[in-house]
Design a protein around this ligand. Sequence first.
Ligand code: FNR
Length: 344
Amino acid sequence: MHRAARKDDHVRLAEEQQLRLPPSEFDDLEFVHHALGGVSTEEVELSVQVHRWRWPTPFYVNGMTGGTDLTGRINRELAVAARETGMPMACGSVSIALDDPDAARGFTVIREENPDGFVMANLGAGRSGEDAVRAVELLGADALQLHLNAVQETAMPEGSRDFSDWRRSVAEVVAASPVPVVVKEVGFGLSRSTLEVLADLGVPVADVSGRGGTDFLSIENARRDLLTGPDYSVLSGFGQSALACLLDAPAHAPVLLASGGVRNPFDVVKALASGARAVGVAGTFLKTVLDGGAEALVPLVHAWAGQTAAILALLGARTPADLGRTDLIVRGRLGEFCRLRGVD
Ligand code: FNR
């Protein structure tokens, strides 16, 4: 299967998934309401400190795509929206452009449209330190996302079956990268022990990217219909949600970001209250730009910022960091996970 066709398949299938998302563990987390606890929205400051960066919005466009005509157009729309709102943005894996210079255009468009914004390049585990340097240079990137997608590779007809070298490869990329590395999953979560290993490897920032939104098991199984090989839908439901990962995170961990199934500003607030410094959004923003381009995403981002500030004021939080003091109740599947893992 041609790599470029895979990029377009991923977009098409991820868009379809947005129409039928599964029950969300974000709905298992509730705030105890304190009717006299609120502050003024005017006092709320939404910007967040992530590692050595100050981001104007507590949410960002997560790594998705690039490398084909269709995905280059998507990156252009996302980049325009990022420029107009100040929101940070990641691109999808640039591997395709490192191997084929013709594919680079679908990524460099991001810098053309947003020369001064915060941009993250993206690579998969298993690539060399030299590739990490090239990925960062391609975009003039401020950070490098490095994705760990073993579940997706397992389900992918043309996927890798050997993950034995990934720890060493993460260490090599961290050592070689000229900018800080953000290690992320792609929708199956980073466990407590994985986060500890990442901290030991010197990874400064990690996005737990959990289950519940874009589902690459189901995407790869849908692609398999067109190809040959065994069906991995037996793994359906594998992995942890973003909130489960955040609540179960160890003290010794990189700075935490969260993503995976973020649908609205209340989900953003719940992830922030559970320990994320900022929140990544892929599928929801992808659907918005496919439906209406940057013209639709810019007002959505402004609306999300306004609503996030209003919810913080309701919860008595002047900054996202203040959300750490809110009273949380955990129910349902998320509650069961927390009980079984001994999370307070
Ligand atoms: C992704 N994602 C992704 N992640 C990554 O690190 N490198 C990549 O190349 C891609 N490619 C990609 C394509 C498409 C079409 C989507 C929708 C997503 C994963 C993404 O960054 C995120 O981790 C998951 O999608 C979970 O977040 P959402 O989609 O539930 O908000």
